[in-house]
Design a protein around this ligand. Structure first.
Ligand code: ATP
Length: 357
């Protein structure tokens, strides 16, 4: 285990009566890329801004590189924030934007020029040093914002939805660039996003938040394979997991789905008989088959093609979404069968939402 670069112990944040962060505990090792992800209002930006010192916390301890940061002003925390809005100075050239923090520290022109050149090389801004922000594309501006953070050699990079303003293709490209930069610099990064795909693809540790609480933290594929509760199961994965109410059979080794003419799905585990559960079925784990040879039969409502894949939605309630890699001949109005392997059936408690193992 690498030494923790960031430690949060029992962190609480109140805005007046509103409890925005509730007993947050998190350790981020040096060199890790951690994504904070969750729906709007879950507190991820508040957590990041608290790390940067832009918000004060109302309880708990926050440490960076072993030093307690409670009460330490932002400029003395030695962290660099990268924002969605880039926050570049419009009247300064790329070079001046990059080296602004060095000017404040009264570094010589020589030192500044050398650092600007180095960072421009790392970020691919070599030919653009004399341009003004208005003369740059969105992706280039984002690189300047990154470069400005890199030049400070901070103890951690804090990203607040940095790619939200970019179009889809550039976002995918910048995702890889940011991750590659992180690796090359051996940096420690905390990355806030509401986009679970961004979190899953960029981070080596994903923290899923809801209503000020960490619901689950772990490696991306662990969250996908073993979501701790129904919320995480529904949040991680695209298209989202299907949920169907179900009851275990007499033998306890299968569930009967509600609303599918008594469809029975074998389980990889044994539970008490007659137990009510919620079955979680990922769209990509539902395999199309002949209606008379499959566990589940559905009437097809909608079929969508993206070229590489097809998405089917059932006509009835509860609605099921099916992801089919490649094309299908199935059309709306037809009946199809679906099967799913026992190990792919997730089960959750209907009351608590917790995973049933
Ligand atoms: P988003 O993705 O929409 O930015 P978020 O997960 O980053 O959401 P935060 O910005 O951290 O959410 O806000 C968490 C909660 O705290 C929200 O319910 C928000 O309304 C509330 N909040 C944030 N800032 C303040 C403030 N200054 N005063 C009162 N409440 C606030």
């Amino acid at each position: 285990m690498t030494s923790p670069q960031i430690e949060l112990e029992h962190v609480d944040k109140h805005y007046g009566h509103f409890h925005a962060l509730k007993d947050i505990n998190l350790e981020i090792g040096k060199g890790r890329f951690v994504a904070l992800v969750g729906p709007s209002g879950c507190g991820k930006s508040t957590l990041l801004r608290s790390l940067a010192g832009l918000e004060s916390i109302t309880g708990g301890i926050m440490k960076i590189a072993g030093e307690t940061m409670n009460g330490v002003p932002p400029r003395r925390r030695d962290v660099a924030m990268v924002f969605q809005s880039y926050a570049l100075y419009p009247h300064m050239t790329v070079k001046e934007n990059l080296t602004y923090s060095m000017r404040l520290k009264r570094k010589s022109r020589e030192e500044r020029d050398k650092a600007a050149k180095e960072v421009a090389e790392i970020t691919g801004l070599g030919n653009l040093l004399d341009r003004y922000p208005r003369e740059l594309s969105g992706g280039q501006r984002q690189r300047v914002a990154m470069g400005r953070a890199i030049i400070r050699h901070p103890k951690a990079f804090l990203f607040d939805e940095p790619l939200s303003n970019l179009d889809a293709a550039l976002r995918v490209h910048m995702r890889k660039e940011i991750r590659a930069l992180h690796d090359r610099l051996g940096a420690t990064s905390v990355y806030v996003t509401h986009d679970q795909v961004e979190a899953m693809t960029m981070a080596d540790h994903v923290v899923v938040m809801r209503e000020g609480v960490i619901e689950q933290a772990g490696a991306p594929l662990d969250l996908y394979d073993h979501p701790a509760n129904r919320f995480v199961a529904g949040f991680i994965g695209s298209p989202a997991m299907n949920f169907v109410e179900a009851t275990t059979t007499e033998a306890g080794d299968a569930v009967v789905l509600e609303g599918f003419d008594g469809a029975v799905l074998p389980l990889g585990i044994k539970l008490a008989p007659g137990r009510r559960v919620v079955a979680g079925l990922r769209p990509e784990h539902l395999l199309l088959g002949a209606p008379d040879k499959s566990a589940i039969r559905i009437g097809v409502g909608v079929v969508e093609f993206t070229g590489a894949a097809s998405y089917l939605s059932s006509a009835g309630e509860p609605e099921l979404t099916v992801f089919h890699a490649g094309r299908t001949e199935v059309r709306p109005g037809e009946a199809v069968g679906l099967t799913i392997a026992p190990q792919h059936v997730h089960l959750f408690d209907p009351e608590t939402g917790r995973r049933v193992e």
